[in-house]
Design a protein around this ligand. Structure first.
Ligand SMILES: CC(C)(COP(=O)(O)OP(=O)(O)OC[C@H]1O[C@@H](n2cnc3c(N)ncnc32)[C@H](O)[C@@H]1OP(=O)(O)O)[C@@H](O)C(=O)NCCC(=O)NCCS
Length: 168
């Protein structure tokens, strides 16, 4: 049976950290699009997660371990918010649709906050990640060894939506 995707809280930071620390050096490099990703870098990254603002989503197994993790970083350009997503799945759990399920939930999160678009970035050699972006209907552009993916959402900016919903 597949595990549900759930939003995590600050109290879950240690298990997120353990999941990311389990990634091999090559996978850390793919996840963070960086050359060498040290344990300290991962700890700093987890310490900086904005629970309650960003999408911090995971699948957690029966033992309480995070086996798949998604971070959707929310930021604004003008009045429009965007969500930039990144994913990781425990090596032995890959190829079973977990990354795809995280992508779908991250998109739902973006829609729920009225975001204008969902963005993603991966190294060009990251075939599974590119496939997930493609399956999600995201358009992709290549810049050197990176692929940038984007998908505009039908939702309106939150301010506009609130104004139109307000009683006159
Ligand atoms: C990228 C990652 C999250 C994918 O997770 P996953 O759970 O294995 O993904 P899924 O099983 O949902 O889907 C993978 C898709 O890629 C496809 N795929 C897998 N290997 C592939 C390959 N070598 N070439 C092309 N497609 C491939 C699968 O067939 C599947 O597509 P489909 O649903 O059309 O059949 C996982 O590999 C990972 O954690 N990698 C290390 C960190 C990383 O690269 N993060 C991405 C940074 S944003």
């Amino acid at each position: 049976m597949s595990l549900p995707v759930r939003a995590l809280a600050a109290a879950d930071a240690a298990r997120i950290e353990q999941h990311l620390l389990r990634l091999s050096p090559a996978d850390r490099s793919l996840r963070f699009a960086a050359g060498v990703v040290t344990d300290d870098t991962i700890r700093r990254y987890v310490a900086g997660l904005r629970f309650g603002t960003d999408a911090v989503l995971a699948m957690v197994d029966d033992g309480g371990d995070v086996v798949a993790f998604a971070h959707g970083c929310v930021y604004s350009v003008g009045k429009r918010s965007r969500v930039e997503v990144a994913f990781s799945v425990d090596a032995e759990r890959r190829g079973k649709g977990l990354g795809t399920a995280l992508m779908a939930e991250a998109r739902r999160f973006a829609e729920s906050i009225g975001a204008h678009s969902v963005l993603g970035m991966c190294l060009a050699r990251n075939a599974p990640m590119r496939q997930i972006f493609a399956n999600a209907g995201m358009s992709m552009t290549r810049e050197d060894d990176e692929v940038h993916a984007c998908c505009q959402l039908a939702s309106r900016p939150r301010d506009d939506a609130a104004r139109q919903a307000a009683p006159r």
